[in-house]
Structure formats: C-alpha cells, structure tokens
Design a binder for this molecule. Structure first.
Ligand code: PMP
Length: 359
C-alpha cells in the first residue's frame, strides 16, 4: 500500500519507522504477550515506558532539573484554563499577546478567571505577522505573559523569545515544539498538544518551573499541576498508548541527531517551499517574511475556483490535506518534523506543474 504525503495541521504525519515499530510491537510488547494499550499503567513495564519518554524529552530539550514534565490530557485547549487557574495567584492579572485564532481562545478562557491585558496584537495586520513587542506596555505585576510561539492557522512564528524579566513567560508551543532548540529556562511554562510534533492526539505535554506550581488554593485535583507533578502524571490513568508513541518519536528524534539536526532539516525543507512561492507568479505567501513559520506554510492563489482545482488535483496525486483552515481559506502545507523533504519536493513539483497549466 502506498503512503500519501499528509500535510495535515494535526493530527499530523508521524515518522514511518515509528508506526512500523508500533505495528511490530502491537500484539506483543517486548515479550510481555500483550500490547501497550492493554497493560496496567501501574505495572513495571509502563513505568519504564513513561520514565524513558520523560528522560528522552528532557535530553532533547535540555530541560533544567527545576522543571517538571507532565503528561496530561484535555488537549492544548485545557491549558487555556489550567494556566490561569494555576498561575493567576498574586495580582490575578496576566498579559497576553494576541497573534491569531489560538491566542483568541486562550484569552477568552483566561478572562473567565482573572484580568487579561492584551499587550500587543497583530489583528490590525490580519495576523500576518508577530507584533512588535518593543513598545508593548507589559504590566510589571502580571502573574505571567502569554504567547503562542507558532500560530498554526496563520503560519507565523516568533523570531526571538520576548524578554519578560521576572514575569514568567508562558508559551503555547503546540505546533513548533521540538522543531528546533529553545532555551527552556527563558520560559515559566511551555505546553503543547501532542498531535503535531510529538505523537497521537490525547496527550498534552506541560513543562513547568517547579516554583510556579502549588500556589493556587482549592483547585479541583485534575486541574492542579501540583497534583499531577507529585503523582508523576499518574494521578489517574494517563493516555498510556499516546505516551508510548511519543516515546518512540523522541527516540527517533535522538537517532536523527536531536533538535539541532532537526532544525537544519526543517529550515532546508521550508526553504524549498518558500523559495518556490516567492518566485511564483501564481502562488503567494500572505505572511511577512521575518515571521514565516517553519512548520505551517499558508499560501494562496486568490481565486477560489483555481484553489479548489489545485486541492482536488493535489489530492489525486497523493498530496493530502492541503486546504487552509476554514477561517482563512487558501492552502496550507504543514511540514512538521516527520514530513520528509521528498514530500515538500513533490508538492513544489506539483505546484510548478499546476502553475504552468494555469498561467
Ligand atoms: N494551540 C495551538 C497553537 C494549536 O495549533 C491547537 C490545535 N491545533 C490548539 C492550541 C488546540 O489544541 P487541542 O485541539 O489539542 O485542544
């Protein structure tokens, strides 16, 4: 059976070797005589799986020892609520940078819990860039500053991590975690839904500085980072199978040379696509050059009929899920870590073919 090139924004492409390994281990995980899906999370075997996954993630991201790694559920969306519940504990105020659909949802949820100050917004630019933060009026007493490092729908990324001084920086890294190295120490909390660069949906990874947790009183246990941290992400049954696959993805990343090598590969891949778009007379990138994402590449023709024809023909060629998000239209190629450069090349070859026929 031929595998297609899957450009979905998430759930997204996974490394083929990871899927093959999972298939091999499906019926009998390393001589246990059962699959990872069927085993107790309290048993030695699963304890080993989750411990290894955490160890490899710590190694890949060079996570300092004073940070907890949590394997949670509820998607990245639950973090829109857990972050303010756990962190809005002193002034009950937080600064948010508004860069698109996902910051909007986070802002909506945070407003239900405390005071939200929008310090900068790229809405006037239709979210085609990251706003200039040099003139933003951050509140010195904010409990945290919140950013979305990579905007999955709009295709924008921060070039530098904002310096928020003593105010902890919280980052939604759902769509660019593990695509390159980041200095974790610059953040108070990082979270990411797994279904892009980590593994299957159902798992959310939270990396949080120890001193930020356990400060909110009276939280429901499932919403309290401290409870999950104290129980090693085993307060209740964790998403075992998703953690196992994430562990295989981390092993794959290490075998590929870690995040430095992955970043180089991702830059090479994205360049193939952006270079083609920039010289094209038919396709355009709506995103300001300095904020172009390495992971999510939106592009447009500006003629709906031609865009529909492009998507239909691309699909027939095995280039799948290239439709832009329903809120922005056009096309979007998500080219996460597991998308091979051959997939990007195949897309560009098809774009050239389509352009030649649609001058
Ligand atoms: N944040 C970002 C940046 C996302 O791309 C997404 C989902 N694609 C979410 C949050 C929401 O994630 P979930 O569906 O896991 O709640």
């Amino acid at each position: 059976m031929a595998r297609v090139y899957n450009f979905s924004a998430g759930p997204a492409v996974l490394p083929q070797v990871v899927l093959q390994r999972a298939a091999q281990e499906m019926l009998d995980y390393q001589g246990c005589g059962l699959s990872v899906m069927e085993m107790s999370h309290r048993g030695k075997t699963f304890e080993g799986i989750i411990a290894n996954a955490e160890k490899d993630l710590r190694e890949l991201m060079a996570i300092p020892v004073n940070y907890k790694v949590l394997f949670l559920q509820g998607g990245a969306s639950l973090q829109f609520t857990m972050v303010p519940l756990n962190l809005m504990v002193k002034s009950k105020k937080a600064d948010y940078v508004h860069t698109g659909a996902w910051s909007k949802k986070a802002i909506t949820e945070a407003k239900k819990i405390g005071q939200v100050n929008i310090v900068a917004s790229s809405e006037p630019d239709k979210f085609t860039c990251i706003p200039d933060l040099s003139k933003a009026k951050f509140s010195p007493d904010a409990d945290y500053v919140y950013i979305v490092t990579n905007n999955t729908i709009e295709g924008t990324v921060y070039q530098t991590v904002p310096n928020t001084g003593n105010v902890p920086l919280v980052a939604d890294m759902s769509s660019n975690i593990l695509c390159e190295s980041v200095d974790v120490a610059k953040f108070g909390l990082i979270f990411a839904g797994a279904q892009k660069n980590i593994g299957p949906a159902g798992l959310t990874v939270v990396i949080v500085r120890e001193d930020l947790i356990g400060k909110a009183a009276g939280l429901a246990a499932m919403l309290d980072y401290k409870v999950h941290a104290d129980d090693g992400s085993m307060f209740n049954t964790p998403p075992c199978y998703a953690i196992y696959i994430a562990g295989l993805v981390f092993e794959w990343l290490k075998a590929k040379g870690g995040l430095t090598a992955m970043a180089e590969y991702n830059r090479k891949k994205a360049k193939v696509l952006y270079d083609y778009i920039d010289q094209s007379k038919l396709f355009k990138s709506p995103v300001k050059k300095e904020n172009r994402s390495l992971m999510n590449v939106p592009f447009i023709i500006g003629d709906e009929k031609k865009e529909e024809a492009f998507l239909a023909e691309a699909s027939k060629k095995g280039l799948k899920t290239l439709k832009g998000h329903r809120s922005v239209g056009g096309m979007r190629a998500s080219i996460y870590n597991a998308m091979p450069i051959e997939g990007v090349q195949a897309l560009v070859n098809f774009m050239a073919e389509f352009e030649a026929k649609n001058k």
